[in-house]
Design a binder for this molecule. Structure first.
Ligand code: SF4
Length: 151
């Protein structure tokens, strides 16, 4: 069986053909370099992709971006993306921090690619030793309870 693959190794986009027999690649043709051959051998039997996405830190509404440390099997992308939604690491988080270790036993870690600052609450004194306090700039009224009265 032949499988046609477009190499994504560089902008040339060589059209490769992988000849597959009994589940393994016997021959690759169409490549202009060794990188293309290695790509076709992997892509034909078990495609791999880097997963990028967003996560939310505990207590934060604004998401921060993440990526896997290396490509993971393509058929695990959806399961790993769901895993990103389940985890809520503690801020502060800095770009490059590992936020999930060995996601779904793929051997890959999930790394932050964006900072997620520490949580500030109104009333925090001397925030991060800046000598500044955090002050409210807007009213936040207490909640009120509504009760139905029978007439
Ligand atoms: S085979 Fe080599 S030259 Fe061709 S697209 Fe892939 S990386 Fe580029």
């Amino acid at each position: 069986m032949n499988k046609s693959i477009v190499c994504i190794g560089c902008p040339l986009g060589c059209r490769l053909t992988a000849e597959i027999e009994t589940g393994s690649v016997q021959r690759v043709s169409g490549q202009s370099c060794l990188r293309g051959e290695a790509y076709a051998r992997q892509e034909a039997v078990r495609p791999m992709r880097v997963l990028t996405g967003n996560m939310k830190a505990a207590g934060c509404q604004r998401p921060f971006s993440v990526t896997t440390s290396k490509p993971i099997p393509k058929d695990m992308l959806l399961a790993c993306a769901a895993e990103l939604k389940r985890h809520h690491p503690q801020p502060p988080i800095f770009a490059g921090d590992r936020v999930i270790e060995n996601i779904l036993n793929t051997g890959c870690d999930v790394l932050a690619t964006q900072d997620c600052p520490p949580l500030f609450t109104v009333g925090s004194e001397n925030i991060l030793n800046t000598g500044c306090d955090v002050l409210a700039t807007q009213d936040c009224p207490p909640p009120f309870i509504v009760e139905r009265v029978e007439r």
